[in-house]
Design a protein around this ligand. Structure first.
Ligand code: ADP
Length: 469
């Protein structure tokens, strides 16, 4: 059974049930009220009649009915003497020779009964007539219950018809409102299925209702999931395209050299060197990719040890000077003694990558400046160059894997860069609880700053960080 049918059934049954209970209560109260009113009328009439009754000295009855009562066709009177002889009978039941209700031998007090005479239901009040302490007869006053039954029937019809109408209205209202809500859900389901069938993650589910309601929230969450999936798929596609692209060049070079060797029929030293260098390049790239995958997913074990960042920087400075071959000037701007907590080899890899990039992208005669400072909470390691800078459109992407600014792409004839170094650096710094920032503009040089929590601060944060991973 559909959700809509179930909801409609539930609410209709609920409305019906409540109205039936309510109707039953109303029916009972009205019926009791009507009978009570009749009983009061009978009691009043009895009082008036007893007042007008006289008794002879021998206990005989001298009954004089009140004229008004004689006219009331709905009230019937019978007076019976002690010997159960009919002494008086009101005109409308002159023909009736039986008592309206059984005569009790010694009715000590008034008794109300419901009796049926010739198919007519009567409410009968039997009152003992007494002269002093002596019982001399019985007065019976009856009232027709037809009016009570007629009222009860009308009430029943009104209640049943009312309940049926209310249940029908409730069913229609619930069905319409749930249809409105469920139409959006049905649309969402249809579009989700179309997306799956067509494999088109760029589609979104439209919703015209309020984004605050439950369905709006559901569709919003679903659309957000689609956006995220779309991004992930795009990233994955780009990654595969990038890897294939990066693999093609060295493989083409290797294949060309192998063909050459085959044609020559002997081992040519240049071709062997070229093959070896391309194989090295491939090995480096695959190593970088593996490292990136592990550090990104948090699976790369990071040793937590005391690292003297100043000593580490001086070592990198030396290596940088060797790498630069005097092509660019490498200068130390200022160095504080700084202790951080982390993996020395990985941190060195980050700093070396920044210095290497600065040397690589700065033209001959340029200057690379490194420095290390600290405040109460963190260390700041700086690598600045006065090279060509990074264009504004490339700047937001340089930490993405395989991203290389357009100029670097075309002039990477040195065959060294894959566009992975900064991604790895970004993730290593992040795993150390730090951040890496870059400031640059085309033609104005580039400044990288690495912020790392100091040893003491990191140690305090450590339990929380390990809980995150
Ligand atoms: P690559 O192996 O290409 O150097 P990276 O991830 O280290 O890869 O750097 C990504 C890109 O950022 C580089 O291709 C280059 O375009 C740009 N870049 C990095 N450092 C500098 C710098 N100091 N000066 C200018 N451009 C830089």
């Amino acid at each position: 059974m559909s959700l809509r049918a179930r909801l409609t059934l539930l609410y209709t049954a609920l409305v019906g049930g409540i109205l039936l209970l309510f109707g039953f209560a109303v029916y009972q109260v009205v019926s009791q009220n009507l009978v009570r009113q009749i009983d009061e009328l009978l009691a009043r009439t009895a009082t008036e009649l007893i007042a007008s009754t006289q008794y002879t000295a021998l206990g005989g009855l001298n009954f004089r009915p009140v004229p008004d009562l004689e006219l009331t066709t709905n009230v019937y009177i019978q007076v019976w003497d002690r010997g159960t002889d009919l002494v008086f009978s009101s005109s409308s039941i002159q023909h009736l020779r039986e008592p309206m209700a059984p005569l009790d031998r010694l009715p000590a007090r008034p008794v109300y009964r419901v009796t049926s005479i010739g198919g007519t239901e009567l409410r009968v009040l039997s009152v003992p007539l007494a002269a002093g302490r002596r019982l001399v007869g019985t007065l019976q006053i009856g009232a027709n219950l037809a009016i009570v039954h007629a009222t009860q029937r009308t009430l029943l019809v009104v209640l049943i018809v009312g309940t049926v109408i209310a249940m029908t209205v409730a069913a229609i209202a619930v069905s319409l409102t749930t249809q409105q809500a469920l139409v959006s859900l049905q649309q969402a389901t249809d579009i989700a299925l179309q997306i799956t069938r067509a494999d088109d993650l760029s589609r979104r589910i439209p919703y015209h209702g309020s984004p605050e309601d439950e369905i709006g929230q559901l569709i919003l969450a679903f659309n957000q999931t689609l956006s995220r999936l779309e991004n992930l798929f795009q990233l994955q596609r780009r990654f595969v395209a990038d890897v294939s692209h990066e693999l093609r060049t060295p493989l083409t070079v290797i294949k060309g050299n192998v063909n050459l060797l085959r044609r020559m029929g002997c081992a040519d030293e240049d071709s062997l060197i070229s093959i070896e260098s391309e194989v090295d390049r491939l090995t480096r790239m695959i190593g970088d990719l593996l490292l990136l995958a592990r550090v990104e997913s948090g699976k790369l074990p990071i040793v937590e040890e005391e690292v003297e960042l100043d000593t580490l920087l001086l070592e990198v400075l030396e290596q940088g000077r060797v790498l630069a071959h005097g092509r660019v000037d490498i200068r130390l701007e200022g160095i504080d003694q700084v202790l951080v907590c982390g993996d020395r080899d990985r941190l060195k890899q980050v700093v070396l990558n920044l210095v290497e990039n600065a040397i690589k992208y700065t033209p001959e005669g340029g200057e690379v400046v490194v420095g290390l400072s600290k405040n109460e909470a963190e260390a700041c390691l700086l690598v600045r160059d006065n090279g060509p800078g990074i264009p504004a459109e490339d700047l937001p992407h340089i930490f993405e894997r395989f991203y290389r600014a357009e100029k670097s792409r075309t002039r990477s004839g040195d065959g060294k860069g894959f566009g992975l170094g900064l991604s790895i650096a970004y993730w290593i710094v992040r795993r150390h609880g730090g951040r890496i920032e870059v400031r640059s503009a085309a033609g104005e040089g580039t400044t990288f700053e690495v912020y790392l929590p100091l040893y003491r601060v990191r140690a305090e944060l450590s339990p929380q960080r390990s809980a995150e991973h």
